[in-house]
Ligand binder design. Structure first.
Ligand SMILES: *[C@@H]1O[C@H](CO)[C@@H](O)[C@H](O)[C@H]1NC(C)=O
Ligand SMILES: *[C@@H]1O[C@H](CO)[C@@H](O)[C@H](O)[C@H]1NC(C)=O
Length: 192
């Protein structure tokens, strides 16, 4: 019985030892890969323009204050330390009722002691057309009273994998009484 089994597996043993690489060639540390396994096409540059609505007033605000600066704020008349969380609509036109393209979700904080200068960290989550479900991530400095503020696009998901680029934000309308703002965003991104 034992001999029979040995006879059966011997051919395999020999084959195995023959195909195994010679001593010294380690088969585990090097493997060839296809040149373009993700089938990436040529990188392209896209330009998007939309309007970002930061709504503080009314029954359905899209901004909530999550951190208040400490009470001892004599040296920081700019509200240094304040942080707000946002879920702001992104629309095709400046009017709030115009076509909804997605939302800007994230937060901004007052990170400047000298002027109103926000640190913004937000994801643009698109909900229409072929970009539905894809996101772009913006992280940058926003001195809100400057005419044009530029912030980097540091990445993306879905159709925006590997994205990099920048946004330029310019205030369209600002209600000084309520703080409600509509900001035009021009986004340039390189992606595949
Ligand atoms: C200091 O903080 C308080 C409470 O947050 C606020 O009401 C006040 O306006 C702030 N003062 C200045 C000068 O920013
Ligand atoms: C976007 O995708 C979601 C989830 O897949 C889907 O429910 C929704 O209908 C899509 N919207 C549009 C406008 O295609």
């Amino acid at each position: 019985m034992m001999t029979k089994i040995l006879l059966c597996i011997r051919p395999f043993l020999t084959t195995f030892s023959q195909t195994f690489p010679a001593a010294g060639a380690d088969p585990t540390f090097l493997k060839s890969v296809k040149p373009n396994p993700m089938k990436l096409r040529t990188e392209k540059l896209s330009h998007f323009r939309f309007y970002w609505h930061d709504i503080i007033s009314g029954p359905n605000p899209t901004v909530v204050n999550i951190i208040q600066p400490p009470a001892n704020n004599k040296t920081t008349p700019t509200g240094f330390g304040m942080v707000n969380m946002i879920d702001d609509p992104l629309t095709e036109k400046p009017e709030a009722g115009s076509k909804l393209l997605g939302r800007a979700q994230g937060f901004y904080g007052q990170a400047s002691q000298g002027e109103i200068g926000l640190l913004m960290a937000m994801n643009f989550v698109f909900s229409t057309g072929k970009y539905n479900g894809s996101t772009l991530t913006v992280l940058g400095r926003n001195p809100v009273f400057h005419k044009v503020r530029e912030m980097p696009v540091i990445g993306g998901s879905g159709l925006f994998r590997f994205a990099r680029g920048y946004v330029q934000a310019s205030t369209h309308t600002l209600d000084m009484k309520t703080g409600d703002a509509v900001v035009e965003y021009n986004v340039h991104v390189l992606h595949y």
